[in-house]
Design a protein around this ligand. Structure first.
Ligand code: FES
Length: 159
């Protein structure tokens, strides 16, 4: 039978009173927290949108009148959202936010159909932005169009 030396236990005490086991437990916790934080932080940064530093513009210059052929449409940036400018076959301009009222896909002008179309679920709007077929529950949000000095300006309705 061997006798155990009191100074050679598995849970030996250091001179300051902290055991090796306590130290290793603490180190594992700190390491574990660091690993979780290094994974969670980038995910949180990705999911939370950055703070907007500038307000959305109320008016956007979309281009020269002569650049738009009849029966065409273009997508442009209206602040952080897409806008849709349509030049009808009568050379009238109409503009809307290009965000579908169903599930927020970007709509487009379809000259071959003579309407505004959402590719996601075949939603359809007429050229006044009224939902006429498919799942969209509401009309598109209209924008105001002004032509001045040969330029096409699009503004928010509340501007
Ligand atoms: S998102 Fe446009 S029809 Fe569904």
């Amino acid at each position: 039978m061997t006798s155990k030396n009191p100074e050679q236990t598995n849970d030996s005490q250091s001179p300051d009173g902290m055991s090796r086991r306590t130290f290793l437990d603490g180190a594992l916790w700190v390491g574990g927290i660091a690993v979780v934080a290094s994974v969670a932080y980038p995910i949180a940064k990705y999911l939370v949108p950055p703070e907007q530093t500038e307000p959305d513009p109320t008016t956007v210059n979309v281009g020269k009148v002569e650049d738009f052929a009849p029966n065409t449409g273009i997508i442009f940036k209206m602040g952080r959202k897409p806008g849709l400018l349509i030049c009808t076959s009568q050379k009238e301009f109409r503009a809307f936010y290009a965000t579908c009222t169903h599930l927020d896909c970007t709509v487009q002008f379809r000259a071959d159909m003579g309407l505004i179309w959402c590719a996601c679920h075949n939603g359809r709007y007429d050229l006044n932005g009224i939902n006429v077929a498919g799942p969209p529950p509401r009309p598109l949000t209209p924008l105001r169009v002004n032509v001045a000095e040969g330029q096409v300006f699009v503004s928010r309705e509340d501007a």
